[in-house]
Design a protein around this ligand. Sequence first.
Ligand code: 3DU
Length: 210
Amino acid sequence: MTELILALDVTVKREALAIAELCAPHLDAIKLGYPLVISSGLSIARDLEPLDLPLIADFKVADIPNTNRLIAEQVFDAGFSSIICHGFTGADAVQACVDVAADFGGACFVVAEMSHPGATEFFHGGTAEKIAQLAVSCGADGIIAPATRPERVRDLRKIVGKRKILSPGVGTQGGDAGAIARLVDAIIVGRAIYEAKDPVTAIKAFSSVR
Ligand code: 3DU
């Protein structure tokens, strides 16, 4: 079954923890990014540890190899199990994240194509395909590909084969969970869950199509 990952972009720590606790029994992982980590600190990973779910650090790391390595070490030390990095920085920079992930027994995912409308400006024309290829050659665990463009996900699947595709853009951004769930290993859902009046009911609706 396609996994369900909650994008916990809630910037008030107390609220984030409450939503995470409520949703945890119905999730496969939680993705945290700048909104929550900047407001609450990296230690939020330890606060979420009792939920016993994999934590994905969505920092879209995009620096020189040494800085990527330093960032990734901090992330895994803090208790995250996966990191997301950008791929346009090149193989050496991606490799730094992949290597640190491997050292910690964790995973690294590379953004191949983003889900928002503006993403077509730079990711189309062969770039996403090149990044997906780079993710494979660097030994990354998978890629991030857009739920808003299932046809692109199909193209990228041909490149990454059995490596995982995690797909954001479901719900609020317009991506259809049913259409994308068949093509990917995990859907990433944020606002459609954490802004719902009843997040668990919202999760169950997503769960029914995957
Ligand atoms: O649109 P939502 O509220 O379901 O949140 C989607 C999450 O996934 C959010 O954290 C965003 O930063 C992340 N994401 C994308 O939406 C699209 C990408 O290409 C990569 C990450």
